[in-house]
Design a protein around this ligand. Structure first.
Ligand SMILES: NC(=O)c1ccc[n+]([C@@H]2O[C@H](COP(=O)([O-])OP(=O)(O)OC[C@H]3O[C@@H](n4cnc5c(N)ncnc54)[C@H](O)[C@@H]3O)[C@@H](O)[C@H]2O)c1
Length: 255
């Protein structure tokens, strides 16, 4: 059974909120009483997700935003504040994978693409969320890293670099903003059953089988297990938690 949270009167923003862990987290925030801004780069997905939330009786809007574009990230936060008056919690989750590649053969295009979304995207969003939270003197931000932010794996150099970078951004901003009432942490999901991983299970079957053998808990994670951790990190229960890179990975990074 999951613990319950009461975020009534608070406003949550989720990037990449139309699929996988972001979608589960947007719903979890809404079910805990928060007004939710659900954001992603695909207009149709954003509209569909926001409609499902409002149809279920929740306060929600959809905002189209490609997180790699700073102007769009700034506009997303401005729209949030225009609509709901404040921003209390943000989950910077939008991210992509690139195909596994021998480090000697990685293309500059793939390196730039994965870092533009996964690293620059967290930077653009966090920067503009902080402008609002600095004004408020309060807030909680969770940045999405990965087990790829904590360990190295063959053929994953560019993706893991982007996720290691997220932890550096998180730690530095966290110590800067802790005295100002804003808590910033990172979450490091292990292998979680989402559309991103469904694709990997299909196209990289052998590598994924090997991967699963190293999974102490013996199964993949679920999106709701990540959502619950994000909610906890944003809750008063985590009031003394600053700048952590929290593995939620079934034990993968323990050995
Ligand atoms: N699934 C896993 O096993 C796993 C493990 C560790 C970390 N992660 C990370 O978790 C996050 C979510 O992954 P998921 O598995 O739920 O993925 P997903 O593919 O199911 O969802 C990704 C979301 O990000 C959005 N997105 C992609 N590019 C974007 C852009 N440029 N601007 C705005 N939004 C964009 C998509 O529209 C979608 O809503 C990612 O950062 C991913 O790297 C995933």
């Amino acid at each position: 059974m999951n613990p319950t949270y009461d975020f009534s009167g608070q406003v949550a923003l989720v990037t990449g909120g139309t699929s996988g862990m972001g979608l589960a987290t947007a719903w979890a925030f809404a079910e805990a009483g928060a007004a939710v801004v659900v954001s992603a780069h695909n207009e149709e997905d954003v509209a569909k997700t926001a409609k499902a939330l409002t149809d279920a009786g929740h306060r929600a809007i959809g905002v189209v935003c490609d997180v790699s574009d700073e102007a769009q990230a700034a506009a997303m936060v401005e729209r949030t504040v225009a609509e709901f008056g404040r921003l209390d919690m943000a989950y910077n989750n939008a991210g992509i994978q690139v195909p596994p590649t021998d480090a000697a053969d990685e293309t500059a295009a793939d390196f730039d693409r994965v870092n533009a979304v996964n690293l620059r995207g967290v930077w653009t969003c966090m920067k503009h969320e902080l402008k609002q939270m600095r004004r408020q003197g309060s807030g909680a931000i969770v940045n999405c890293s990965s087990l790829g932010g904590l360990v190295g794996l063959p053929e994953r150099a560019a993706y893991h670099a982007s996720k290691h970078g997220v932890i550096g951004l998180t730690r530095s901003a966290a110590v800067e903003y802790a005295p100002r009432g804003v808590r910033i942490n990172a979450i490091c999901p292990g292998v979680i059953e989402t559309p991103m991983v469904a694709d990997m299970l299909e196209t990289q079957k052998e590598a994924m089988d090997e991967f699963l053998k190293l999974q102490p808990i013996g199964r993949l994670g679920r999106a709701d297990e990540i959502a619950q951790t994000v909610l906890w990190l944003c809750s008063p229960g985590a009031s003394f938690v600053i700048g952590v890179a929290l593995p939620v990975d079934g034990g993968f990074t323990v050995h």
